[in-house]
Write a protein that binds this ligand. Structure first.
Ligand SMILES: Cc1ncc(COP(=O)(O)O)c(C=O)c1O
Length: 389
């Protein structure tokens, strides 16, 4: 056995290159190609990918890295995270089926379930992310799949994946889990009962806000065949330069994630002490209602969480955002830069959800790799501006 065989994931993510003998570069080559040339007809129609759409060297390397991250046997790449979610979900349902999806699923994925799949003959219903084994009451004879995202987008509920998997698997229902927040290093959905795990690699894996990529992985050979067929029928591809940036991101993922985690916790704890803040929603804080499940199932957190700003006028909120010079207002997360977005406008939740009763504006924060002291000073300037009108 070589040192590589029993190595930790962060070591294996650095050593995905297969052949270290002979002339080989540390990084994989980026082949920008549609056409691949062959000498014989046999090779042209052979088992290896013979067309650039199915990916070349850099894609194979990224698939290997994603398998390491998720503890999976099979992986399939996509052009972005949303496409990877659509690919995974469409691989486990067909016309006539019923799907259940978590109420705090990433908005565009929820729209895919609710609107696109409906046009394709699949009915879909939302469920409370905290439902646990109670999800059984929502099963219909034709329920084929459950889509989870834990923590949930914007509101960060943690779902009890093992409890849901236990009741789902008794009925042959498949579970797809969006693992973008856990990033593979801090959460292992396949080991906890999911059938397919998905990530928007655009976030922490790429890590520099300069490329899109997505991936889905499974340990089930039958599902791997379905993922491959769906991907090929839809013509799903990942641009080689973006695949390269994702491979490069893998090498430093653990180090960056740990830095995001430490800074995120520091800012979250500080926000809990601020008089302007009604509450902080971070699963790694004991104040989070699902902290016990998070502690049981996750091995770490990152820089993405939310807080509720106490009620302030629209003008005061504008002054708050205007005063920030380090936190930028923009979508996405997982890059080196700190971001903040007001997210009430995006909240579409089941009636009776806690968000309807919350008193104040929900803000999502991504804590980047800047010095935490500077980030606190930036937010402090924003808080001072709230009452400066
Ligand atoms: C949890 C989650 N899943 C999927 C996506 C989609 O990723 P992409 O922007 O690469 O399509 C996002 C994007 O914000 C996300 O937050």
């Amino acid at each position: 056995m070589s040192a590589k065989d029993g190595a930790e994931p962060e070591t294996r993510l650095i050593h995905t290159r297969k052949d270290r003998l002979g002339r080989v570069t540390v990084n994989p080559p980026v082949e920008r190609a549609s056409t691949v040339l062959f000498r014989t007809e046999e090779a042209l129609y052979g088992p290896k990918p013979t067309y650039g759409r199915m990916g070349l060297t850099v894609h194979r390397e990224l698939e290997e890295g994603f398998r390491v991250l998720e503890g999976a046997r099979f992986a399939r790449l996509a052009g972005n995270g949303l496409q990877a979610c659509a690919l995974a979900i469409a691989s486990v349902v067909e016309a006539g089926d019923h799907l259940l999806f978590t109420d705090s699923l990433y908005g565009p994925t929820a729209r895919f379930c609710e609107e696109r799949l409906k046009k394709m003959g699949v009915a879909a219903d939302r469920f409370d992310p905290r439902i646990g084994a109670g999800i059984e009451a929502l099963f219909r004879d034709n329920t084929a799949a459950i889509v989870l995202e834990s923590p949930g987008s914007l509101t960060f509920e943690i779902s009890d994946l093992p409890a849901i998997a236990e009741v789902a698997h008794k009925r042959g229902i498949r579970i797809v889990c969006d693992n973008t927040w856990g990033a593979g290093l801090h959460y292992k959905p396949l080991a906890l009962g999911a059938d397919i795990t998905v990530q928007a690699l655009t976030k922490y894996v790429v890590g520099h806000a300069d490329a899109f990529a997505g991936a889905a992985a499974t340990n089930d050979g039958g599902l791997a065949v379905k993922l491959a067929a769906t991907s090929e029928d839809w013509g799903i591809t990942l641009a080689p330069d973006d695949a390269y940036l994702a491979v490069r991101g893998l090498r430093t993922l653990k180090t960056r994630l740990k830095a995001h985690e430490a800074a995120g916790l520091e800012i979250a704890r500080w926000l809990e002490t601020r008089p302007e803040v009604a509450g902080v929603i971070h699963p790694a804080l004991p104040s989070h209602p699902d902290h016990a499940i998070w502690k049981r199932d996750f091995t770490g957190s990152n820089g993405l969480f939310s807080f509720v700003l106490k009620p302030y006028s629209q003008e005061a909120q504008i002054r708050f955002f205007d005063a920030l010079t380090l936190f930028g207002m923009g979508f996405s997360w997982g890059g080196f830069e700190s971001l903040i977005i007001p997210c009430d406008e995006q909240l579409t939740r089941l009636p009776g959800d806690w968000t309807a009763a919350k008193d104040g504006q929900l803000m999502r924060v991504h804590v980047g790799l800047e010095a935490p002291g500077d980030l606190k000073a930036d937010l402090e300037a924003g808080f001072a501006a709230l009452s400066a009108g």
